[in-house]
Write a protein that binds this ligand. Structure first.
Ligand code: ADP
Ligand code: MG
Length: 324
């Protein structure tokens, strides 16, 4: 028995944009490039990086809501990249998602009872009575009450709507929940409540999460490991505290330097990120971070660094990681 739940190899997504299919004007958005990522059972991996670095693409490709251009995804050892719709539907029982904006993902004309029961209906689980009972149970699990079942999404606050989204994701007792910035759209005051709820549920049901967030500080406490992405590439991954206290990639160091509450206790020289993220239509040669990296040398401009894993499991894709 292996403890690996999900594993990607060379996972790549290039979106074709502009012009017709064969036109010269067509270009590729390098949204995700050659990503090798392993997620263990009962593990929370936080995924961070600036807007546009490919986090949501990763989530969607893993769920096969968009098709990868290249690479494989294994779920419990099974290659799910080649599965057809029906087979994939079965896998989705075990692989659910919670997205950023619960309002747009909940049908406004349906009552909460039907919204949460929908996955159970699709898989024809139990009788109508059983499903109703399960919905009440799920409402309780996410901190809502029976009375809420009769209402429509617009009658709830943002935080409550996200609770409904979470109840729906849990309806089929999945093994993995992919959370794409689940608290980013919420008021700061309720963000912690929803994070705590997700954390409790993970423990209670032995779930695994791929937990996408914009900033490192948002995932520090919830994640076992943190993966850092830059312009479609996975640039660093390791134990959460380790990445936080001893980041090895200059990009990760810069992200940490930018957190106001953290920066003062960090002994390291702060690294300030300058310049815009380059366009993913035409990513820089060599290391994609070289145009913004204060340490870049000639080699960084030409040779793409591989993600290398140290003995402690901490992996980094930087030619200079040992020396800086
Ligand atoms: P993130 O979630 O980290 O902000 P995304 O995965 O949403 O990043 O986007 C990665 C890149 O892919 C961005 O440059 C974005 O504009 C582009 N992109 C995302 N979806 C599409 C699409 N359907 N067609 C073309 N480009 C896309
Ligand atoms: Mg996103």
């Amino acid at each position: 028995m292996t403890d690996i739940l999900l594993q990607t190899e060379g996972l790549t997504k290039h979106y074709q944009v502009g012009g017709s299919l064969f036109a010269k004007s067509q270009q590729k958005v390098h949204a995700l490039d050659n990503v090798n990522l392993t997620l263990y059972k009962r593990e929370i991996v936080g995924v961070v990086g600036e807007s546009g670095c490919g986090k949501s693409t990763l989530a969607k490709v893993l769920l096969r809501l968009v098709e990868p251009t290249e690479g494989t995804i294994r779920f419990e050892g099974r290659d799910i990249t080649a599965l057809n719709r029906k087979q994939m539907r079965d896998i989705r029982r075990d692989m659910q998602f919670v997205f950023q904006d619960p309002f747009s993902s909940l049908n406004p004309r349906k009552k909460v009872m039907d919204l949460i029961a929908e996955p159970l209906d699709i898989f024809r689980i139990g009788t109508r009575k059983d499903r109703e009972k399960r919905v009440y149970e799920l409402l309780d699990i996410v901190g809502l009450t029976k009375n809420h079942a009769d209402r429509y999404p617009h009658q709830f606050s943002g935080g409550q709507r996200q609770r409904i989204g979470i109840a729906r994701a849990l309806a089929l007792s999945p093994k993995l929940v992919i959370c794409d910035e689940p608290v980013s759209a919420l008021d700061v005051s309720v963000q912690a409540q929803i994070l705590n709820l997700l954390q409790d549920l993970q423990e209670q049901f032995g779930l695994s999460y791929l937990f996408i967030a914009h900033g490192l500080d948002a995932v520090r406490h919830i994640s076992n490991r943190i993966a850092v992405m830059y312009l479609g590439k996975l640039v660093e991954i390791g134990d959460s505290e380790e990445v936080f206290t001893r980041p090895r990639h200059p990009y990760t160091k810069a992200l940490i330097s930018a957190i106001p509450e953290i920066a003062p206790d960090h002994t390291e020289e702060p690294i300030k990120l300058t310049g815009e993220i380059p366009s993913p239509l035409n990513p820089p040669s060599g290391c994609r971070f070289h145009t913004r990296c204060p340490f870049a040398v000639e080699r960084c401009k030409t040779e793409m660094p591989e993600l290398r894993t140290a003995k402690d499991g901490h992996a980094v894709a930087c030619h200079l990681a040992e020396t800086i």
